[in-house]
Design a binder for this molecule. Structure first.
Ligand code: TRP
Ligand code: SF4
Length: 361
């Protein structure tokens, strides 16, 4: 690590345990998180309480799903020596802060979050007219603000939730900002200096700083049918897919519809296989694809074989790490226990501070 007097900036993000990840999930989130762990102090957690907001009727295998996600975290390359990995429900302060936030959060703020109505529409088979589901983004605000992160890496679909988080922080600070930070008072022995520092601090004092969204690039990743890769479409390539299975799935993948015969030229920009190349292949291969496709110099079968090679190259190390961790279930639990301990230690001072301003010490 570089020598630096300013503390390292902090990052926090979470993921719901919805089962094993596919390549689209991986490229949209984990792939970016792995890079962040080298530059920031990172906290990454499995949002198991959030899973219950929609799956409250079938909690049965929640632990297995959480373990799967933890395995995916580790196999993607998150390193428990470099970042903190934990389960949300192992840190009760998330729930405690959610409750405290619920006291002053106007219902309208939650009803207006776009995902609230959208998800209710999309998941019609579930009754989501619940108190917990309405509070989903407020629980997320508690998840975030508890750690005072500088950045929250999320995809476009979560931006509204981070916006709400910032509003909650602002409201909290407005309501309770008159409480000076005690650390400053204790830090100095000189009485005059104390006064100066306290009053200066009052102007800027924020119990809960507003975090920024770190919009993670999520490349357009098509599934085998050409639509966006998604579990609900059944068109996915999984993160732990066997190489032979990757090849098989690529073979059935749709291509540029203009290329009916081998002799018809095509356009990789209009082909889902071309999109996969852009994400996973090196420049040399991409150049070959563009030239060969546009001149009808290559066949789609050959081109799909190269795409499969590139994907397999990306996920092979991930598959290997997964196998290693999967063989050590005790280690996995240790990592999660340790992570929870570090997470609790990180949010403890913030929780104390919040309780103090609310008269709950
Ligand atoms: N709502 C997020 C999602 O569905 C998961 C999540 C929960 C989260 N708490 C968070 C993400 C805190 C970032 C920060 O993907
Ligand atoms: Fe798609 Fe490749 Fe076939 Fe071109 S050659 S249409 S990019 S699969």
């Amino acid at each position: 690590m570089t020598e630096n007097t300013t503390p390292q900036r902090r990052v926090l993000s979470g993921m719901r345990p919805t089962g094993r990840l596919h390549l689209g999930n991986y490229m949209g989130a984990l792939y970016n998180w792995v890079k962040l762990q080298d530059q920031y102090e990172c906290y990454f957690f499995i949002a198991d309480w959030h899973a219950l907001t929609t799956d409250y009727a079938n909690p049965g295998n929640l632990k297995e799903k959480c373990d799967e996600v933890a395995l995916d975290f580790l196999s993607a390359g998150l390193d428990p020596e470099k970042c903190v990995i934990f389960r949300q429900s192992h840190v009760p302060a998330h729930a405690e802060l959610h409750l405290l936030f619920s006291m002053f959060t106007p219902l309208g703020w939650l009803e207006r979050v776009p995902t609230y109505k959208d998800q209710q529409e999309q998941l019609r088979e579930k009754d989501l007219a619940t108190y917990g589901f309405l509070g989903y983004p407020l629980l997320q605000a508690a998840d975030i603000l508890l750690y005072k992160p500088d950045f929250v890496p999320v995809g476009q679909d979560q931006v509204a939730h981070v916006e709400l988080t910032r509003e909650v922080a602002r409201r909290f600070n407005q309501l309770y900002a008159s409480a000076p930070a005690p650390a400053v008072v204790e830090a100095s022995s000189d009485k005059e200096l104390i006064k100066a520092e306290v009053s200066e601090n009052l102007l800027e004092y924020q119990v809960l700083p507003e975090p920024k969204v770190l919009l993670t690039p999520s490349p357009k990743l098509p599934g085998t049918d050409g639509r966006k890769m998604s579990k609900s479409y059944g068109n996915t390539i999984m993160l732990n897919e066997e190489p032979e299975e990757v090849r098989k799935k690529l073979k059935t993948m749709v291509t540029d519809p203009a290329r009916v015969r081998r002799t018809d030229p095509g356009d990789p920009d209009k082909c889902p296989v071309g999109d996969l190349h852009k994400v996973f292949s090196d420049k040399e291969t991409i150049d070959k694809v563009y030239a060969g496709c546009r001149s009808a110099g290559i066949g789609c079968i050959e081109c799909k074989g190269w795409a499969a090679d590139s994907i397999i190259r990306e996920i092979e190390p991930v598959r290997q790490r997964r196998a290693e961790y999967a063989a050590q279930p005790k280690l996995l639990q240790e990592i999660l226990d340790n992570g929870a301990r570090k997470a609790r230690a990180c949010c403890e001072p913030t929780m104390q501070e919040i309780k103090r301003v609310l008269g709950l010490e």
